[in-house]
Design a protein around this ligand. Sequence first.
Ligand code: GFB
Length: 348
Amino acid sequence: MKKNSKIYIAGHRGLVGSAILKNMQDKGYTNIIYKTHDELDLINQLAVKEFFELEKPEYVILAAAKVGGIIANSVYRADFIYENLQIQNNVIYQSYLNNVRKLLFLGSSCIYPKNSPQPISEDCLLESSLEYTNEPYAIAKIAGIKMCESYNLQYGTNYISVMPTNLYGPNDNFDLETSHVLPALIRKIHLAKLLNEKKYDDVIRDLGVNNFTEAEEYLMKFGVSAEQVEIWGTGNPRREFLYSEDMADACIFLLEKKDFKDTYNKDDKEIKNTHINIGTGKDLSIKELSELVKEIIGYKGKLFFNTDKPDGTMLKLIDTQKLDNLGWKYRMELNKGIQQVYQWYLSK
Ligand code: GFB
């Protein structure tokens, strides 16, 4: 990949896409193209076809997807499967038709069976049943892996699929209804701290509501008060977190230095499970995570675990041996990463 190669980043405003764009600009890539959702709807087959025929990108990073936390996945099941299948079918197929030299497809560690042995290696894919709450999303992402793998095997393309663990960082979704756990904890605990310190104007500003009565109503729905903050589930599930800028770094490392042929063993009779896990190899419980966020924010109240809300998968630590062997390692430790995201959140 040359510094002036034409590179299309799909999803450049999202958590990972924005980190990839920043990383590539810092590294001196000069010919990066991207479109907002309004300019190009990736669900629209004809629009994607026209875009690829006009632009002819040489490299494609497919970081556009419909994503969300455990409840969003569980409620908007149809949207998660339909939109993700459409986006990836359109982009991968047009990449093939327009002779894209290399494509990077981003998935998620939720592709693995619910009860996978820990840490979860790439070979656990399709060994048993998925976690129910995110089954439609996971099936779409599995289809994306298989699509990349199948085009590589049938047509000799060079597509790489990466499966990150739970990600966090700047430009994340902080909407309490649809976000993942880390941005939700940061926002809920920050709001509770503001209430505790009687900074009511700041609460109104954060929520974008008209008055404090509206703010209180909204916060009650999410169990946020001056004295306590509601955390979903038992607090026992364990999760692994990777900083979005580390994820971006891993993606560019693979694009620059590795090819599809590096993702499997040459002696394998059946070429499968060619995707690559990206993570830190360390996890912690949601209870430990909540305590950590509480300490970083400096909130004095209590945490309350609402067991009416779902836990989801209990264990989801991924095995990063394959990526370790390819020569990449994460840098940002969780404690420092949360401090940075909290500062970013405050600055917005
Ligand atoms: O991040 P999260 O929504 O996604 O939830 P998953 C992780 C854990 O944190 C679950 C708990 O056990 C939640 O119940 N949790 C506690 C909370 N408080 C909160 C809160 O306020 N908000 C949220 N969102 N969670 C998603 C999948 O699973 O992970 C996706 O649904 C995707 O498909 C993504 O794979 C990375 O880790 O459970």
